[in-house]
Design a protein around this ligand. Sequence first.
Ligand code: A3P
Length: 347
Amino acid sequence: MATDAHSIPAPPAGPVPFEDVKAGLATLLPEQDREEKKKELLSTLPSKTGAYTTGYCYKGFWLSELVVQGVAALEQRFQPRPDDVIVASLPKCGTTWTISLTVATMVRRAYPPTAADHPLRRLNPHQCLPFLEGLFAGGEEGMLDALPSPRLINTHMPLAFIPRATPLGNGGRGCKVVYVCREPKDMVVSLWHYIQRISPQTTFRQTFDSACDGTTPWGPFWDHFLGYWGASITCPDNVLFMWYEKMLREPIESVKRLARFVGQPFSAAEVEANIVRDIVELCSLENLKSMDANKTGHVNPHFKFPREALFRKGIAGDWKSHMTMEMACRIDDIMADKFRNTGLTFQ
Ligand code: A3P
């Protein structure tokens, strides 16, 4: 017998929109302690000053000063709960979209996608969940403990720095990681447009060269992708690997897959009631772009990227209007080299 879409069992307590609760969760580690630890760490790491930030290489990954100070603590202390859902990605791979779809899917019982007070109608998607490395870098990691389960968390960190997310690094118990990746040429184009918003002097060539060197933030992109890709094969119940391009082609199927993965599959009645379609529509680029919460303010208080810069074209193949053949071949060669025999491909 089909269940009525509105008579589903009581919702779990989480995820709660982070912005609504964070003021009550504030716990700060002493500033002095953090500054000293930061100086100590930075003095030991290779660094590279780019157009708008200095990157530090920690265990093979390039991190900005803003997050590097928390990385060791994060790596050692972040203990996921089994029902945590972590949305992971490199910047410009579709993070905001994937966050939105995951939020809308997981809160749908408390907030149906058409609800006027839906969190995504009043908050920027990034305000709906904590940014893991931001909390650790800011000495605010204690906030995580106070969040009700299931927690929904966002990170750009490579999987190596959240080792307990999969059973392999956590005595057989992992959590759920939704990873979104994107065709690297389009990722670079998107990154350059984004950087332009705070550093107009940065050229496309500079951004492109950094991506090829592996020094763009949280890069190299190939090691970032491959860490999660490998885990999605060895631990498919813990890591869902999504492609931005596939999400564009098959949004409905992608949301259904996501819902099954996080343990909240859509019932036949929900599908019948067009809940999946409503979620896709709520999270469409045009819809999110039109919301006041996404037209004003900044993504990050330090770098001042305007929130509206998160929503640009949202297409596959934009690299064709930005790259020379030589540039495209250079990235394609890197991909062929790094992804050879891994099974990771981009369509
Ligand atoms: P473009 O710059 O190619 O348009 P991130 O969220 O990881 O920063 O990724 C940003 C990219 O995702 C941008 O790509 C942006 O336009 C696109 N994007 C943002 N919201 C989207 C949505 N709801 N649907 C599809 N693409 C979206």
